[in-house]
Ligand binder design. Structure first.
Ligand code: IDP
Ligand code: MG
Length: 141
């Protein structure tokens, strides 16, 4: 049974005009897009979304960056969606990301690394619910 993951095309990538190219990578990797929206997070939303990183030294930098401009949030579906999407995006630091991954091709730094991907099925469901209502996940109906 396919399951779901949550993705963000981050402000650095949207601002650089990579939204369409990253959308293509999502489709090429056979993810079904259950929902997608362009939005700009408030600082409070970014702080809530990344609450798990609250104690990390980069929390302020990260939440300021994530609320600095437009991003695209997406709910994706595929067999083993969480690990499949993390493989598609590559390592957190683009310098360590494998050839052909989104972060290798579009990210500029450890902080501004083009895309987000959930790390577990449980977090994927929480993250999808943070930005989407069930009725917005239109392909799932
Ligand atoms: P992930 O996005 O690959 O799951 P996490 O460790 O969960 O990586 O970190 C969340 C996000 O925080 C990263 O994608 C990146 O944007 C940012 N980040 C992680 N480590 C650092 C750091 O050392 N400095 C600045 N930003 C960081
Ligand atoms: Mg993470």
């Amino acid at each position: 049974m396919p399951n779901r993951t949550f993705a963000i095309i981050k402000p650095d990538a949207v601002n650089s005009g990579y939204t369409g190219k990253i959308y293509d990578r999502i489709l090429q990797a056979d993810f079904k897009i259950l929902s997608a929206k362009l939005m700009r997070m408030t600082l409070a939303q970014a702080e809530g979304f990344y609450l798990v990183h609250k104690e990390r030294p980069f929390y302020g930098e990260l939440t300021t960056f994530m609320s600095s401009g437009a991003c695209m949030v997406l709910a994706l579906e595929k067999e083993n969606a969480v690990s499949a999407w993390r493989e598609t995006i590559g390592a957190t630091n683009p310098e360590d990301a494998a050839e052909g991954t989104i972060r290798k091709d579009f990210a500029t730094s450890l902080g501004e690394n083009a895309v987000h991907g959930s790390d577990t099925d449980e977090n994927a469901e929480k993250e999808i619910a943070f930005f989407f209502t069930e009725s917005e996940l239109i392909c799932n109906q």
